[in-house]
Write a protein that binds this ligand. Sequence first.
Ligand code: ATP
Ligand code: MG
Length: 594
Amino acid sequence: MSSEKTPLPSASNFIRAIIEKDLAQNKYATKKWAGSPGDAAHHDTGAVDAAKIRTRFPPEPNGYLHIGHAKSIFLNFGLARDFEGVCHLRFDDTNPEKESQEYVDSIIDAVKWLGFDWQNGDESNLYFASNYFDFMYRAAESLIEAGHAYVDSQSAEEMRITRGTLTEAGKNSPWRDRSVAENLSLFREMRDGKHADGSLILRAKIDMASPNFNMRDPAIYRVRRAHHHNTGDKWCIYPMYTFAHPIEDALERITHSICTLEFEDQRPFYDWLLERLAEAGLLAHPLPKQYEFARLNLTYVVLSKRKLIQLVEEKHVSGWDDPRLPTLAGARRRGYTSAGFKLFTDRIGVSKADSWIEYSILEDSMREVLNVDAERRIAVLDPVKLVIDNYPEDISEDCFAPNHPLKPELGKRTVQLSKELWIEREDFMEVPSKGFFRLTPDGMVRLRYGYVVKCTGCEKDEKGNVTVVHCEYLPETKSGTPGSDSVKVKGNIHWVSAQHAHEAEVRLYDRLFKEAHPGQGQHEDGRDRDFLDDLNPNSVTTITAQLELSLKDVNPEECFQFERHGYFVVDRKDSVAGKPVFNRTVTLRDAWQK
Ligand code: ATP
Ligand code: MG
């Protein structure tokens, strides 16, 4: 419930407005909570819930969380925090396949990293939907007993055909009018393993003529012989998601169940089911209500677990935490921050209309936060030697560089200047192009935080590549000394002393996809594009850079602005003490803007 730093108030949105209204009307004033999830009888033993609202974030542990999930996390946990409520972390693990402990652990890590917690006093509020299987089974029997559910013997194909169309009502199943006794006995046989997978299915008995397909006798329990990571082989029948989810919410006494728009058509069934179970005395009022918002669609990435799994399994990336992936584990290694995600989610807002968000909005959010948070350092990424021919051989001197231009209280640090320096290759041009104000033969620039130097020429190898640039310094021009600006120059370049530099691996990351909508559209020969066709072949470049010495002893996940280059983070996986590896988080400016 808490965020690491004092959070800024969140932007308003339609869901907040609904909650404000619900609270003003005292909708939950008598809602009881027994300290743990359970049925009506259980909660009846509890006191009035101290949490003003309950929300939940319900991931299915079948993959790593991605940037889209961050939107849902900030929304659900943020609402709980702002309205003195609680947000549950619930693993929606009712589907026995594809779920694993690795995913559970990674999800816990990611939500904590974003700054949220679900513990409330001695209540953990960390729940597994599979712990509700017993109740779900009981709920299904109760529907059967009340004549609201029946066992259908039609094949999947027959069910599909009798479902009807948008303009045509469906047809009642020939098994729809089985007696309660027969339904109960068949359902128990399903549970006891007497029927093959797919042979029988339990359906809610609602209305085959409903204009809403989800109300045309939806399936609620199926036979599926599969080992479950939590319940093992106890069950060979599993509830359908649409049946399980409302029940999970109700057992946990969720007040506002927030989901993405594709569940809008499920809402009538959500309400129908909970009302039937409340009528049977199994669930307590007030029942949870479902609200839908538009999921995040982001350009230049894919936010589907299936595609992310494919990228990882086919080794297009180095793993789930590859800094190019839009997983939260990848974003973290890339140097994106929780505060950056908070700014981003506030900026994009919460609406009921689907839209695409430009990736650059996310990058801008990260830049804005890092601009304030990251100290400045000097790094030469593509080094070439600069020799100051008139500087003494064996000495070095201190120059003073501010740690943060916006935060003078962070002071200055010392960087050493000596006769041989590293400068950026692109800061010297033998034949300057128009408007080039850096080093050129006979030209003058200021060595940032040091002296003005005058270029005297360069050396080249047999291929014509510049190997050394020569210059002379003007001793009376040292930055910070009186009269240092007596010589006016247009250019200002950064440098590190070769003798004092720390050589390090730096990874320059770029977008993983070169197209805004990976996989959309056709090839020239008419074939459909696959998202893999749009992978950016140059999404990472590994270089050896020359860094100022203070960058040698840094901690994993520390982030810095390398002046003129962008924001960089100490890789949390591959760095060792005294030998950090740096990842470029984001450049200083948007290089993708057309
Ligand atoms: P899948 O890719 O398997 O369909 P999912 O993306 O729906 O999975 P879940 O684990 O079911 O993943 O998601 C957990 C929660 O995160 C859900 O409540 C869902 O609404 C929300 N969520 C998932 N993707 C997005 C997204 N792109 N934008 C906003 N919320 C999302
Ligand atoms: Mg889902």
